[in-house]
Design a binder for this molecule. Structure first.
Ligand code: 3NM
Ligand code: MG
Length: 516
């Protein structure tokens, strides 16, 4: 088989330790997995003696040859030569690639483990056929890995490979299983280069039924994640802000007529306010912080808000559980990383959440969005604080974060910035009084969640509709004669959120005049 014709979709890497293989026969497990649809096998055995390595590899090769898929050997070029299999996989501490190539020849498949842009560039230059890019997520299978790079780090490496101009295949490795595989492929993907597949150990080898596990994983690899299916299928995206503004009232009206669920896992301070805002905007709120409830709630075609304003260790576990449930169902999820830059614990919580699942929208103030992007900023409290960025820098930040996460990012401030990584808009609606009351950002998250619930196919449009509904209502409330300051502003805001929702059912001309 020529190295260029290899199918990397589902790459099985073996493990012979008791913790993963148990007392089963490795060759039987691999045979089952191959029957389930594995497209490539790597024999990775760090413990057996050379004679056992060679005899096991020969048995494995008989299985893979029967199914016309390649067998590679981890580390051991000598074993690959003895067996006459299709190639090797080498780590950064193994025999160097040029030497392995010299020993195995041009037709051998040689893969290299890389964890950084530099390692990837070097392996490309040295003529690797494919790269194992990792570690994606922390995994018990290999504890001494070089670093957890996640989907963001993987995307950077993919871009660097594309920039070398060489045709080198890629697979992601580390902690990939049925609940993470689709997100790994979707979120890691760079516009210039996608992953060709995933490399998996425990999710197949340790599975009770390796054949079924492989079959399930292969079908997941071949289909988009549920949370992206609707938006990927949507080819008629609004491209200019004018079109978005015209479409927004339709979304607002739909919230009023469909009364979608807004499931809030939110902080102690705003629970009551968020529930009132959800009702005023036309939705049906539930404040449910117990993660186990999400498996039922996610089926109701609503949306979830995860607001980490009063995060605790138990809360974080609950968020992750709910996030997973919504991701499986394709139900939209909004992350509100409240006070994300205030403490080390919150910065770590943001990282944990981003690794735990997919957020359709991330909404925060400048300090919070910077923190999610990875900058170390010291926030004082959960309020927005002083801005340090120019408008151009803000627009660039939201665009880059949205492109990295492949979602929609909303950054609030005197001017709000919204982006899906391709389309980036500045919106100047709103009122200074929003900065004088608590929870004004949090309940915007709730408002956006309702728009997402009725508009899964264009999440940017949903975010813009939520932002405009909310900020235009705030302007109207602030202009009212009975509003004397922050105290009277709160009930007026709830009134006007309700009125905007009602009045969009008529003509929408006033709306276009208001939107800035
Ligand atoms: N290499 P599982 S992670 C063999 O990061 C290996 O280079 C890694 O096992 C790397 O699929 C890993 O069970 C183990 O998480 C992956
Ligand atoms: Mg190695």
């Amino acid at each position: 088989m020529a190295p260029t014709n290899v199918d990397y979709s589902l790459y099985l890497v073996t493990d012979s330790t008791a913790a993963i293989l148990g007392d089963r026969d490795l060759v039987e497990v691999v045979q089952a997995a191959v029957e389930g649809g594995v497209t490539l096998v790597q024999y990775r055995d760090k413990v057996s003696d050379t004679a056992v390595l060679v005899s096991t590899a020969k048995r494995l090769h008989a299985v893979t040859q029967k199914h016309k898929i390649p067998l590679l050997i981890n580390d051991r070029v000598d074993v690959a030569l003895a067996v006459g299999c299709e190639g090797v996989h080498i780590g950064q501490d193994d025999l160097d690639l040029p030497s392995a190539r010299k020993l195995l020849g041009r037709d051998a498949i040689i893969g290299v483990t890389v964890s950084s842009v530099e390692e990837a560039q070097k392996a490309c230059k040295d003529g690797a056929d494919y790269l194992g890019v990792g570690t994606m997520f922390a995994t018990a299978t290999k504890r001494n890995t070089k670093g957890i790079i996640g989907t963001a780090g993987t995307k950077k490496i993919l871009q660097a490979i594309a920039d070398t101009g060489r045709d080198v295949r890629t697979v992601s490795i580390g902690g990939i299983n049925a609940s993470t595989v689709q997100r790994v492929l979707f979120q890691s993907s760079h516009p210039k280069k996608k992953l060709d597949g995933v490399a998996i150990v425990s999710a197949v080898i340790a599975a009770r039924d390796p054949k079924q596990a492989a079959k399930d994983l292969l079908s997941l690899v071949k289909s988009p994640p549920p949370f992206a299916a609707a938006s990927l299928a949507n080819t008629q995206k609004a491209t200019d802000i004018g079109t978005l503004l015209e479409k927004a009232p339709t979304i607002i009206r739909e919230v009023g007529s469909k009364t979608p669920l807004s499931h809030n896992m939110t902080n102690l301070v705003v629970q009551n306010f968020a529930a009132n805002v959800a009702l005023a905007v036309g939705g049906s709120p539930i404040m449910a912080n117990y993660g186990e409830e999400a498996s039922d709630l996610c089926k109701l075609r609503g949306a979830l808000v995860i607001n980490m304003g009063t995060v605790t260790p138990e809360g974080l576990q609950n968020y992750a559980l709910a996030l997973k449930a919504y991701n499986i169902e394709g139900g939209p999820v909004v992350l509100d990383p409240v006070g994300g830059g205030a403490t080390a614990i919150r910065r770590a919580a943001v990282k944990t959440l981003l690794a735990a699942g997919y957020f359709d929208v991330i909404k925060g103030n400048e300090g919070e969005i910077k923190t999610v992007f990875g900058a170390v900023v010291q926030q004082k409290g959960v309020d927005s604080g002083a801005s340090t960025l120019s408008d151009l820098e803000k627009a660039t930040l939201v665009r880059d974060l949205a492109a990295r996460e492949r979602n929609v990012v909303v950054m609030t401030g005197a001017t709000d910035f919204v982006s899906d990584g391709l389309r980036t808009y500045a919106i100047k609606n709103g009122h200074e009084l929003l900065g004088r009351i608590t929870g004004s950002g949090c309940v915007l998250g709730t408002t956006i969640s309702l728009m997402l619930a009725v508009c899964r196919e264009d999440k940017l449009l949903a975010a813009v509709a939520g932002l405009l509904h909310y900020e235009i209502a705030a302007e109207i409330a602030a202009e009212r004669e009975d509003v004397k300051g922050p105290g009277t502003f709160v009930p007026a805001l709830i009134d006007e959120l309700y009125n905007v929702q009602k009045s969009t059912s008529g003509g929408d001309i006033w709306w276009l005049k208001r939107a800035k």
